[in-house]
Design a binder for this molecule. Structure first.
Ligand code: PEP
Length: 252
């Protein structure tokens, strides 16, 4: 079965109630391809999850940007996977590079988080990606393979996982990967899944690209055979997010 195009919007730590309302109103009015063609998931800060879920059109889903690694309890400031399930939030982003670098989340910790979130019934957007230094030293694939292995070591069922390849040097920098650079890593990641997990998982798992995607560059990226969609940061707060969603039609 063909992989359904996937577009995630990562709002990061942005927005007031009024701004959030404006973005949702803009999304609710948009004419986009049907949910047979594209799956759209937006990820507001925790504090707005229920608000966004209550206002958002029914064909778009909502994701948290993180969750705790195990069952909730005495973990001040954390939000558990069980709480997200209880709120009816179906998705969570895990292993984003900002958390890996700023909050020192290790590959193993991210693998544990993905495993626990899946065990509670959440669907996971799991992020991997190399820094500029790692790319320039030729270790891109070694880095993303190690990050993916830390996930695959803990996960036996990949049905509810979307893998987001997000080169750190492209996130929030305006310096997007070229279509050829994105395709090369996506294809290598798919091969890694084939060799280390299974041919079925390699064929069915969506591998999406993230890093300075915008309305102008999305179509060329979407046309790459192993690019199954996008995780979008900055542009997901703007009307051009609609154009990015529409780039799904490139696959048809
Ligand atoms: C992200 O934060 O996941 C991201 C891809 O950000 P941006 O699109 O702003 O580069």
């Amino acid at each position: 079965m063909a992989r359904k195009f996937f577009v995630g919007g990562n709002w990061k730590c942005n927005g007031t109630t009024e701004e959030v309302k404006k973005i949702v109103t803009m999304l609710n009015k948009a004419e986009v391809p049907s949910d047979d063609v594209v799956e759209v998931v937006v990820s507001p800060p925790f504090i707005f999850l229920s608000f966004v879920k209550s206002l958002m059109r029914s064909d778009f889903e909502v994701a948290a940007q993180n969750c705790w690694v195990r069952k909730g309890g005495a973990f001040t400031g954390e939000i558990s996977a069980e709480m997200l399930v209880n709120l009816g939030i179906p998705w969570v982003i895990l292993g984003h590079s900002e958390r890996r670098s700023l909050l020192k989340e290790s590959d193993e910790f991210v693998g544990d988080k993905v495993s626990y979130a899946l065990s509670q019934g959440l669907k996971v957007i799991a992020c991997v990606g190399e820094t500029l230094e790692q790319r320039e030293s030729g270790s891109t694939m070694a880095v993303v393979a190690a990050q993916t292995k830390a996930i695959s070591d803990k996960v036996s069922n990949w049905t509810n996982v979307v893998l987001a390849y997000e080169p750190v040097w492209a996130i929030g920098t305006g310096k997007v990967a070229t279509p050829a650079q994105a395709q090369e890593v996506h294809s290598d990641l798919r091969k890694w899944l084939k060799d280390n997990v299974s041919a079925e998982v390699a064929e069915s798992t969506r591998i999406i690209y993230g890093g300075s995607v915008n309305g102008a560059n999305c179509k060329e990226l979407a046309a790459q055979p192993d690019v199954d969609g996008f995780l979008v940061g900055g542009a997901s707060l703007k009307p051009e997010f609609i154009d990015i969603i529409k780039s799904a039609t490139v696959k048809q």
